[in-house]
Design a protein around this ligand. Structure first.
Ligand SMILES: Nc1nc2c(c(=O)[nH]1)N[C@H]1C(S)=C(S)[C@@H](COP(=O)(O)OP(=O)(O)OC[C@H]3O[C@@H](n4cnc5c(N)ncnc54)[C@H](O)[C@@H]3O)O[C@H]1N2
Ligand code: MOO
Length: 407
């Protein structure tokens, strides 16, 4: 049986970069950039006035002059006009081009304005340049600003907008079929009979994969082998990048999936991982078709195996081929301090849902939630991560530090 690290390596070995597509800037939010965006101009593109006030010649002020006649006013958006006399001043507004011939800005708060003359109330600074955002101070024309593989959040979209990238190349979302199986499951609009439950896993998976930008379609198939075969045949041939099944991968008489998937030419890459929850995890791939994850049906197992294995695969596929560091986005979980003692005897990696907080010294603390078992889906409410505890030792002491995976 594989360890979680070995299973992860086999999952990621099947990830292929998805092709790119072009979308308009407002639709690129949250998507993964598939091109390099460079500065089309210096940042800022001109010496920008950074405070409302007057622009003057530093040498005059440093030489003892404090009263300056106003030559004109320079507004943001107006073509620049130079200062003609070093002993006069230009009124300037934030965002305006600094008038040629000036090299310092004095704020309105630090001058008295009377009769078109400004009298400075403060001593001169030690050098010119004050209250000026100099051309190219932040970035130079041609600098790479955003690289392939960058997730486009609000700051990145602002950068794209400022270089005029009205359309952007992004990786196409992964197309994922989420398939729940089981005759005990009814839809969310139905009233279950005493021996039935509503299907919840599919919605958790849809939301999880949606957070990674995947395009998710939901299906439900019954346990009867012929119906399961027909349904699965259609789904496998429908052009999905991944088919994620929940349930029917364990040892029960209705757990048909491993056999059926083999019959449908989905090659098994592994079945079972040394972990709890989620030991019955199944993974395979169909040549020329999708990869298939068979997630164990117990809701906590489904949830955690989706986070631990499916989401990294999605992220890997959504990285463009030329991403600078394709592995960085998903390779390493962050460390956190366990806040209570935990005993776990089985020789299995133990995944523990936790709530992460930060203490007064900035340490990340992981507090386990009260989850009754892998069927306790309500126990997951409020989880922000899960701990990955190794098969050894049996006892994990409060204060010890372990990897955590954010949800
Ligand atoms: N003899 C053994 N029995 C079991 C083993 C084992 O090793 N030997 N493993 C246990 C473990 S661990 C798990 S996890 C489950 C996984 O079983 P399956 O993947 O075959 O899942 P099902 O039997 O179909 O369902 C398990 C459980 O989860 C509920 N479920 C399933 N799908 C949904 C859904 N979409 N929404 C809500 N709840 C769902 C289902 O009703 C069952 O209660 O097997 C153990 N058994
Ligand atoms: O994945 Mo099972 O607990 O290990 O329910």
């Amino acid at each position: 049986m594989l360890t979680p690290a070995e299973a992860t390596a086999r999952v990621l070995a099947t990830a292929r970069p998805l092709p790119s597509e072009t979308v308009s800037l407002p639709h690129a939010s949250g998507r993964i950039l598939a091109e390099t965006l460079t500065a089309d101009r210096d940042f800022p593109p001109f010496n920008r006035v950074a405070m409302d006030g007057i622009a003057i010649t530093y040498a005059a002020w440093a030489g003892g002059q404090t009263a300056f006649a106003i030559q004109h006013a320079q507004y943001a958006g107006a073509p620049p006009r130079p200062l003609l006399s070093p002993h006069q001043a230009v009124e300037v507004m934030t965002g305006a081009v600094l008038p040629a011939g000036t090299d310092v800005v004095v704020r309105y708060e630090d001058i008295l304005l009377h009769d078109n003359r400004a009298t400075i109330q403060i001593p001169p600074p030690v050098a010119p340049g004050v209250n000026i955002h100099h051309q190219a101070a932040d970035r130079r024309v041609g600098d790479a600003l955003l690289r392939p593989g960058t997730r486009l959040g609000p700051a990145e979209l602002a950068v794209a907008a400022t270089v005029g990238a009205a359309e952007l190349a992004v990786t196409r979302p992964a197309r994922v079929a989420v398939v729940s199986t089981g005759d005990e499951l009814v839809g969310i609009h139905e009233t279950p009979l005493p021996h039935q439950i509503r299907r919840s896993n599919a919605y958790a998976l849809q939301a999880l994969f949606g957070q990674d930008g995947a395009d998710v379609s939901l299906f439900h198939l019954p346990d009867a082998l012929d119906k399961l075969r027909d349904g699965l045949t259609n789904i496998l041939g429908a052009g999905f990048d991944a088919v994620v099944l929940s349930g029917a991968v364990s040892k029960g008489r209705a757990d048909h999936l491993p056999g059926l998937l083999r019959e449908l030419h989905v090659e098994e890459i592994f079945h079972e991982v040394q972990q709890r929850p989620g030991k019955p995890l199944w993974f395979g791939a169909q040549t020329g078709g999708p990869v298939v994850f068979g997630l164990p049906g117990n809701p906590v197992s489904t949830f955690i195996t989706a986070c631990r294995y499916v989401r990294p695969w999605l992220r890997a596929c959504q990285q463009p081929a030329d991403a600078a560091d394709a592995s960085a986005a998903f390779a390493s979980p962050a460390l956190a301090v366990l806040t209570v003692d935990i005993q776990f005897k089985p020789q299995l990696t133990h995944f523990v849902p936790v709530r992460l907080t930060v203490d007064g010294e900035g340490r990340r603390l992981a507090t386990p939630l009260r989850v009754g078992g892998s069927g306790d889906l309500a126990g997951l409410v409020g989880a922000t991560a899960f701990l990955e505890l190794p098969p050894e030792p049996v006892g994990f002491a409060a204060g010890s530090v372990w990897p955590t995976w954010a949800l």
